[in-house]
Design a binder for this molecule. Structure first.
Ligand code: CP
Length: 304
């Protein structure tokens, strides 16, 4: 029985296998329709979600399985004070696999120690979001045909954005990567990620507040939302929320083969005028999330 809490638990070979499996599911969906017959997925979401929860649920249904769960803490016995450990011990008797989102960093890890079925971290606080990273890697590999020798600009809330933390940790393991870290001063990438990942692996990176200055170099531009729910002070959020708004004008000096990604939801950080640009990949990315989660469920249930 194996859980997925942190993308670093997966080797490059395992990630490649998941991507290959997701691509096979996309090419031959009928071959997978019955793979999880009689299996159940529990989605325990203590925080709001559209893509992650619904793509997990769609993934299980498309594999022929069933889904149970809750979408907010208030509708579970967490509202009465039940611990995460007790919750997953109980749910382990009802489902074959659990996807959990929780506002507290480390909660899915705690859950994985108490559960008797695999637990998937579907996002914990401002910490990690490994299935978003798998989604991003599938999208990048489909758009670029490779996961190495890429210059990636990550832009927005690099302090609280868990998708960025997981993406940098994953991409840093591939050869020839360069990063441009673009954020307001107050929302810079945490120094432990710079030290423990980028500096330790001698990865080339620049840190700037100016998106335009790095735009011409980028193969991938990964935009992120300023994470309102992680701020202690609404005034700070309001001051910083529109720091970067990607518009067609700002893309004028970008490469013609740039791929623009965003984990979504977006608020203001990408103008809807960019949506028709062939370089905009974020809706395709959201669809990739369903296929990679199908692949992950199959692997963790040892069905494929
Ligand atoms: N990208 C992502 O995690 O979206 P949701 O919060 O809607 O699940």
């Amino acid at each position: 029985m194996r859980s997925l809490i942190d993308i670093q638990q997966l080797s490059i070979e395992e990630i490649d296998e998941l991507i290959a499996l997701a691509n096979d599911i996309i090419a031959h969906p009928d071959d997978y329709r019955e793979k999880c017959r009689y299996k159940k997925l529990a989605t325990l979401f203590f925080e709001p979600s559209t893509r992650t929860r619904l793509s997990f649920e769609a993934a299980m249904y498309e594999l022929g399985g069933q889904v149970l769960g809750f979408s907010e803490a208030q509708s579970s016995s967490a509202a009465k004070g039940e611990s995460v450990s007790d919750t997953v011990r109980v749910v382990s008797g009802y489902a074959d696999i659990i996807a959990m989102r929780h506002p507290k960093e480390g909660a899915p890890l705690v859950a994985s120690m108490a559960a008797t079925v695999p637990v998937i971290n579907a996002g914990d606080g401002g910490h990690l979001h490994p299935t978003q990273t798998l989604t991003d890697l599938l999208t990048i590999s489909r758009e670029k045909g490779r996961l190495n020798n890429l210059t990636i600009g990550v832009c927005g809330d690099l302090k609280f954005g868990r998708t960025v933390h997981s993406l940098i940790a994953a991409m840093a393991r591939y050869k020839g990567m360069k990063f441009a870290l673009v954020s307001p001063e107050e929302l810079k990438l945490p120094s432990y990620i710079k030290k423990e990942i980028l500096q330790q692996k001698h990865i080339d990176y620049v840190q700037t507040t100016d998106l335009t200055s790095v735009m011409p170099e980028l193969d991938i531009l990964y935009m992120t939302r300023v994470q309102r729910e992680r701020f202690f002070n609404e005034e700070d959020y309001l001051r910083l929320k529109d720091s970067y708004i990607l518009t067609p004008e700002k893309l004028q000096n970008a490469r013609s083969d740039l791929s623009i990604l965003h984990p979504l939801p977006r608020v203001n950080e990408i103008s809807t005028a960019v949506d028709d640009d062939p370089r905009a990949c974020y809706f395709k990315q959201a669809l990739c999330g369903k296929y990679i989660r199908m692949a992950l469920i199959l692997k963790l249930l040892e069905v494929a």
